[in-house]
Design a protein around this ligand. Structure first.
Ligand code: PMV
Length: 316
C-alpha cells in the first residue's frame, strides 16, 4: 500500500482578498496580507488505489473531531486533485482522506488549510510516482491557488503577502501572536466566499477597492515594521469593514453581521478605549470575529474572556 501525508496551516488575512481579476487563473483583484495560524491545521493522506475514480473519506485521527465534507466540497477537492494529476499526466486513482484539528462547526473557513495540505500531499505523491523533482514552494503555492485563492498564503509563515501571481513570506515583527476566534454562529454560511467574490463585483465600491486595499497594505506594512500596534489595529479594522461594505452595497446585498457580531465589536472597541491597548480585530466573509493579541497581552486576553466571552460565546 503506497500512502502519502501532507499537512498545512490555516491563515487569517489582515488586508483582505475579495474579488477576482481573472477567474480561470484565480488571480485576486487586490493584494492581501495574512498571518499564518500554525495551530489550526488540515491533514491529508493519499493512498494509491486500483479503481478508476478518486474518492474522498474522513481521515481518522485519534483525538481529532471527525466530519463528513459536504458533497459539493468533496467535488471541489477532488477536482483540484484531478487538475494536479493532469499536470503530471498521471491517470491512476487515489483515496483522499482529510481532517482538520479544529471543529468543522466552528464556522472557521478551512479551504485555505485544506487546499494547501491537499496540494502538498498530491505533489509528494505525484512527484514520486512520476520520478519528477518536487517543485519549489512558490510553485506549490501557485498550484494551490488554483484550487483556493487564500490557500497560497498558507505555504509561508508567519506572514504572507500575495499580489497577483506573486506570493511569499514577508519579514515583519510579531512572529508569535495569540489568535482567537469568537464564534458568533455555528451555522453554515448562506453565502460562500466563492459566491461573495462574484457578487461584490456589482458594488459601486468595487472599482476602487484595489486602490484602497493597496493604500491600507502600504500603511499596515509600515505600521507593523515600526511596531505601531494601535495604528495596525486601526488599519485592519478599516480593511475588514471595507470588505463588508462591498457585501452591503452590491446589487443583491448580503451581510454576515448580526446583532451578536456588533455586540462583540462594541465590547472590543470599549476594551481599546479603557486600556488604550487591545488586540487586532478582523472578520472574514463570515459572522465570526478573529482577534490577535501580542504575547505580552496574554493577561488582557484572559481577562476579556473571563469577564465577557465565557457564557456568551464559544471561543476557539
Ligand atoms: O480563498 P477563498 O476563495 O475562500 O477567499 C477567501 C476570502 C476571505 O477569506 C474573505 C479573505 C482572505 O483574504 O482570506
Amino acid at each position: 500500500m503506497q500512502q502519502w501525508l501532507g499537512q498545512a496551516p490555516s491563515n487569517i488575512a489582515l488586508i483582505k482578498y475579495m474579488g477576482k481579476k481573472d477567474r480561470e487563473k484565480n488571480l485576486p483583484n487586490n493584494p492581501s496580507l495574512s498571518y499564518t495560524l500554525n495551530e489550526l491545521v488540515t491533514n491529508v493522506s493519499l493512498e494509491k488505489y486500483p479503481g478508476k475514480k478518486d474518492f474522498w473519506e474522513p481521515l481518522h485521527t485519534p483525538g481529532a473531531p471527525e466530519f463528513m465534507l459536504p458533497k459539493e466540497a468533496q467535488d471541489r477537492f477532488l477536482n483540484h486533485l484531478a487538475f494536479l494529476k493532469s499536470q503530471f499526466d498521471y491517470s491512476g486513482a487515489f483515496i483522499v482522506r482529510s481532517c482538520n484539528n479544529f471543529p468543522h462547526s466552528s464556522g472557521l473557513a478551512s479551504s485555505a488549510s485544506s487546499f494547501a495540505a491537499l496540494t502538498r500531499c498530491a505533489l509528494l505523491a505525484l512527484c514520486e510516482l512520476t520520478h519528477t523533482p518536487i517543485p519549489a514552494v512558490e510553485m506549490q503555492a501557485n498550484l494551490s491557488r488554483l484550487g483556493s485563492g487564500s490557500s497560497c498564503r498558507s505555504f509561508f509563515s508567519p506572514w504572507a503577502l500575495w499580489d497577483g501571481e506573486e506570493v511569499g513570506e514577508i519579514d515583519l515583527p510579531y512572529p508569535h501572536l495569540l489568535h482567537e476566534v469568537i464564534i458568533i454562529s455555528h451555522e453554515v454560511k448562506k453565502v460562500s466566499s466563492s459566491q461573495a467574490h462574484q457578487r461584490i463585483q456589482t458594488s459601486p465600491l468595487y472599482q476602487s477597492r484595489d486602490e484602497r486595499a493597496r493604500e491600507n497594505l502600504k500603511s499596515l506594512l509600515l505600521a507593523l515594521q515600526h511596531q505601531r500596534w494601535h495604528e495596525s489595529f486601526e488599519i485592519c479594522w478599516r480593511d475588514f469593514q471595507d470588505m463588508h461594505q462591498l457585501f452591503d452595497t452590491c446589487a443583491d446585498p448580503f451581510s454576515y453581521m448580526s446583532e451578536r457580531t456588533q455586540d462583540v465589536l462594541t465590547h472590543l472597541k470599549a476594551l481599546w478605549e479603557r486600556e488604550g491597548d487591545g488586540p487586532i480585530i478582523t472578520m472574514d466573509a463570515g459572522p465570526n470575529v478573529h482577534v490577535l493579541y501580542r504575547p505580552d497581552q496574554a493577561e488582557m486576553a484572559q481577562r476579556f474572556k473571563q469577564d465577557y466571552l465565557i457564557g456568551n460565546f464559544d471561543v476557539l
